[in-house]
Design a protein around this ligand. Structure first.
Ligand code: KG4
Ligand code: ZN
Length: 364
């Protein structure tokens, strides 16, 4: 059984093809990043993201099929112009693709339907609708957040209860799973996401976008300078986060310093990284204790942070820790394919006509 999965919820255009037999095998996974396009804005600009998805989807699909050995010349032309009537460029590209290649040997399509940026989600969904119609195959709708933790749990065989901490540019959530089918969000950010705080703080101190890796790189350097920033909500009774106050503290600390030397910048980077990771870790392990977790999963772009990873390893003595590789912690379509394979018999596989985006989709 083969699934072709499509993910466009934020700024990465991703297609992966997965084969499930005795075990799971990825035949291909292609990601086209838009980092360069959004750099000047210091964050993801939704209408630009949509336009880029529309441009990239067909080339990414073609590459994924080719890598999987499933791209065959022929013709699967059907008139998709009605489905893509509001996506002229995509419509043209896909029509040309469909007139050059025949229907590939895949059994299901899967697509992220939420949560995410509405324009971005729709680009992937409309594209999937057109493919489902042209190739006449069913579509499995997938929740992006669920995919971030369910796929690692499935692939690595996590024990329950499991606590997942997901931190990216768009979300910061703590989730408790009692089984592969029972998940509950116990906490989330009340304002900015953790990655957004990295990005905005980086911009304030004059670093490039995306800010997380830039701050991490600078924080590796040595300095005797010290700066103190707050750890918002670190001791509160709940599992919620708040990062906008930290961003404001970064702004004032930066503004109030007359001598913006390299030393000061390094001290700021170290403290920003420390403040964000400490809050994330503290709340994660508070949940681990309270729920008696046996597995901890760290996901989302921020989980690429080595300081955070080290801290998790140090705290989790007798726990199973799942720290997905870089290709799995940032957005990708492999996690969408794995989740779709697991859910295909539980979810009613949808007729493409009823698919729609839900930017605020919940996990249950
Ligand atoms: O999951 P992701 O690739 O995209 C979404 O936001 O959905 O996450 C991107 C976020 C950005 O905010 C980026 O600054 C942050 O992850 N990030 C990091 C690191 N690498 C990426 N944050 C801290 N340390 C890193 N090494
Ligand atoms: Zn994500």
């Amino acid at each position: 059984m083969k699934i072709l999965a499509i993910e466009t919820s934020c700024d990465d255009t991703c297609v992966s093809i997965m084969e499930e037999g005795e075990d799971i095998r990825f035949l291909s996974s292609v990601i086209s990043s838009q980092v360069e396009v959004h750099r000047q804005w210091g964050g993801v600009y939704p209408t630009l993201a949509k336009r880029e998805h529309q441009r990239n989807l067909v080339p990414v699909l073609k590459k994924a099929l080719k890598e999987a050995g499933l791209l065959k010349e022929g013709n699967s032309q059907k008139d998709v112009s009605k489905i893509l009537e509001r996506e002229k460029e995509l419509s043209k590209k896909l029509s040309s693709f469909l007139s050059s290649y025949s229907k590939p040997d895949v059994d299901f399509l899967a697509v992220t339907v939420g949560p995410g940026l509405d324009p971005s989600l729709w680009a992937g969904i409309n594209f999937t609708k057109a493919l489902a119609f042209a190739w006449d195959i069913p579509v499995i709708p997938v929740n992006h957040i669920k995919a971030h933790f369910l796929a690692p749990l499935i692939l690595e065989g996590g024990k329950f209860p499991a606590v997942s901490m997901l931190a990216s540019g768009g979300h910061t959530q703590l989730i408790v799973s009692e089984s592969l089918d029972d998940h509950r969000v116990i906490g989330k950010t009340r304002d900015d996401a953790a990655g957004e705080c990295f990005d905005k703080s980086a911009r304030i101190i004059g670093l490039d976008y995306p800010g997380g890796p830039e701050i991490a790189k600078l924080a590796k350097k040595e300095t005797d300078r010290k700066v103190k920033l707050p750890r918002p909500m670190i001791g509160t009774d709940d599992y919620d986060f708040s990062f906008s106050g930290l961003k404001t503290a970064v702004l004032y600390t930066w503004r109030n310093e007359k001598d913006k030397s390299e030393e000061f910048k390094i001290a700021m980077a170290k403290e920003i990284q420390e403040a964000i990771t400490e809050v994330l870790i503290e709340k994660t392990f508070k949940a681990v204790d309270e729920f008696g977790a046996k597995t901890v999963i760290i996901g989302g772009g921020v989980s690429a942070n080595l300081n955070l990873r080290e801290k998790v390893k140090n705290r989790a003595d007798d726990l199973k820790i799942i720290l997905p590789g870089f290709d799995f912690s940032t957005d990708n379509a492999k996690m969408i394919a794995v989740t779709a394979a697991y859910e295909k018999d539980k979810t009613k596989t949808l007729n493409w006509k009823t698919l729609k985006a839900d930017p605020n989709l919940k996990i249950n």
